[in-house]
Design a protein around this ligand. Structure first.
Ligand code: ACO
Length: 309
């Protein structure tokens, strides 16, 4: 018995904003594309429902995995920007999906939230307490974006992605390694007063490259795998330069590095499941293929994992 990702789905808001929408902030398409790889992002309308977006992503993931909704008894949503402060969004998502009364809770671990949530799902399945766990990453970062600050406004987007984590007969045991460091809270946080994201971009950049490289090496070693064994490397999509720098250090060939930050920008906890769903749509995930996952974010938190598809 092992644990695998059995399917993925995603959903984006209707409203796409190109880089030209930010020129009033003394920035340019050229600067944004060169420094980040971002060409557009999606923002929810002011009164838009993030739970509604998450519901759509989850429905698509369940269909992709061919898992009946009744088989889901655990729902985990990774988010820091839910529609309400309390209760956690997983409860509303489960109800919207008509799942009855499953265990449902949120995980807030910055942009690493999705990996933390998948790690919990794996633990539930490996301990025999669940067969399938629905894990969703959903964020409306537009709600915490200072629209007057060019150094963050151009980076952030909204969206939702979901996966079904399932027991399977495959051979690879997933390996995840997660970490945090509260001494670096000031590098990236959302304060209580203005509730807007503040970040020291260059410091985060350096930490992100080192942390994702180090932890991916750890999980590859623990699995007895090399970078060559990966079917696809899917890292948190904050900046194409960061993802490429990590892949270079790990010696993952360029064609095995998935990038969609150009299309959706940084969607925090939604980033990796959104990327997985888009990679699946593009037939880049062979059945049984081994995925390398890596993330970093506010906390600071970071982590990496290997798991089969
Ligand atoms: N347009 C034009 N100029 C800009 C912009 C902009 N949008 N933003 C910043 N600049 C300027 C800066 O003011 C600075 O000017 P100065 O040299 O006169 O002081 C100059 O560009 C260079 O700034 P740097 O911060 O050194 O630029 P860098 O190449 O590092 O790119 C970036 C900045 C894109 C933010 C990069 O550092 C990065 O991606 N960092 C990581 C961000 C991240 O991943 N955050 C974590 C996730 S966010 C979350 O958790 C939701």
């Amino acid at each position: 018995m092992t644990v695998t990702l059995a399917g993925a789905g995603s959903a984006l808001p209707d409203r796409a904003l190109g880089n030209d929408e930010f020129t009033h902030l003394d920035t340019s398409d050229e600067w944004i594309v060169q420094r980040t790889g971002i060409r557009q992002r999606y923002w929810l309308d002011e009164d838009g429902s993030l739970a509604g977006l998450a519901e759509r992503a989850c429905r698509r993931a369940l269909a992709d995995a061919a898992v009946a909704p009744q088989a889901i008894r655990h729902v985990i949503v990774a988010t820091s920007t839910g529609d309400r402060v309390s209760p956690g969004m997983a409860v509303e998502v489960a109800t919207r999906l008509g799942l009855g009364c499953p265990a449902a809770f949120d995980v807030a671990a910055g942009c690493s939230g999705f990996l933390y949530a998948v790690d919990q799902a794996i633990a539930l399945i490996e301990s025999g307490r669940a067969e399938h766990v629905l894990v969703c990453g959903a964020e409306a970062l537009s709600r915490i974006t200072d629209r007057t600050d060019r150094s963050t406004a151009v980076l952030l987007g909204d969206g939702a992605g979901a996966v079904v984590v399932s027991r399977s007969a495959g051979a690879l045991r997933p390996q995840f390694a997660l970490a945090s460091d509260g001494t670096k809270i000031d590098l990236l946080y959302v304060g209580r007063q203005d509730r807007l994201l503040r970040m020291r971009g260059r410091d985060i950049y350096q930490h992100a490259v080192e942390a994702m490289t180090g932890h991916t090496r750890l999980v590859l070693k623990a699995s007895g795998l090399g970078a060559d064994d990966l079917a696809l490397f899917v890292a948190h999509q904050a900046n194409a330069r960061i993802v490429r720098a990590v892949a270079r250090r790990l010696e993952v060939p360029e064609e095995k590095v998935f990038l969609n930050v150009d299309r959706v920008a940084n969607t925090s906890s939604a980033s990796i499941p959104l990327a997985l769903a888009q990679a699946a749509e593009e037939n880049l995930l062979p059945s049984g293929g081994i995925l390398g996952l890596a993330a970093f974010g506010a906390g600071l938190t970071w982590g990496a994992g290997v798991i089969s598809w």
